[in-house]
Design a protein around this ligand. Structure first.
Ligand code: HPA
Length: 272
């Protein structure tokens, strides 16, 4: 993997004009959050060794590197998911590459189902912790031999989402008049949305939002020693007696929330 990271880094660094400090993963329907970049360069995933192009609608497959609000970023427009058939290692590989090209911070975003009946569709939740269900039962990106050059065998995860970016995120949200929810994100493998019984189980477990991504990338970012900040856009309410979720709704809410979500991320980047 070390060699593949170096190959990917070589392809990207040859084409970019600024060295990024912050990596951003843009989830379902949020891919154009970083559309207007200064000194921007776009590298299609197809050109980067080890990257795969997502096949799900709402996910473009390109890495955009440039300045947003003065901050040098590398934004992944679209990500791959476990349910598409990729391994956890493949899904999280781009995070290794973000680190290798200079990113010391990772901002992850996703679309998620809200598990709190008092929350609303369109709410933005800062991820304060995660439950990585597939990882807990063996589908873990760090399974296998550990390369000590990349990180420790047994990385600690407690407190990973609590860092100096949190007060900045809260302050930017408050300044913009955006309610910032905070809660626990639970990743399930998908692609089926949850049954009513599964939703009740997740609520009992203390999860506040449920989705099909993010946790493996976060684990690898922690392993790599990156600072992490995560946000879920609540695109639907996953409540046991509510209507079933659907992907069109997820994309539509993403579309509507884009200006608010984008403003929040930009506001944070302006302060980094
Ligand atoms: N469940 C799982 N993943 C999701 C959901 C959901 O309700 N909404 C958006 N992604």
């Amino acid at each position: 993997m070390y060699e593949l990271i170096a190959q990917a880094r070589a392809v990207i660094t040859e084409r970019i004009l600024v060295q990024p400090k912050v990596g951003i993963i843009l989830g379902s329907g949020l891919g154009n959050l970083a559309d207007d970049l200064d000194q921007g360069a776009v590298v299609p995933y197809a050109d980067i060794p080890g990257f795969h192009t997502p096949k799900v609608s709402g996910h473009r497959g390109e890495l955009a590197v440039g300045r947003v609000e003065g901050c040098p970023v590398a934004a992944m427009r679209g990500r791959c998911h476990f349910y598409e058939g990729y391994s956890m290692q493949e899904i999280a590989f781009p995070v290794r590459v973000l680190k290798a090209i200079g990113c010391t911070t990772l901002i992850v975003t996703n679309a998620a189902g809200g598990l709190r009946p008092d929350w609303q569709v369109g709410d933005i939740m800062r991820i304060s912790d995660q439950i990585f269900l597939p990882g807990m039962v063996g589908n873990h990106p760090l399974r296998g031999e550990n390369d000590d050059r990349l990180g420790p065998r047994f990385p600690g995860v407690v407190g990973a989402f609590e860092n100096e970016l949190v007060p900045i995120a809260r302050d930017v949200a408050a300044t913009q008049g955006t309610t910032l929810r905070e809660g626990v994100y639970c990743m399930l493998s998908g692609p089926a949305f949850e049954s009513a019984a599964e939703i009740r189980m997740l609520q009992i477990w203390g999860a506040d939002a449920v989705g099909m991504s993010t946790a493996p990338e976060v684990i690898v970012a922690i392993h790599s020693g990156m600072r992490v900040l995560g946000f879920s856009l609540i695109t639907n309410l996953a409540i046991p007696d509510g209507p079933p979720a659907n992907h069109a709704e997820v994309l539509e809410v993403g579309e509507q929330a884009k200006p608010r979500f984008s403003a929040l991320i930009r506001g944070i980047l302006a302060r980094l």
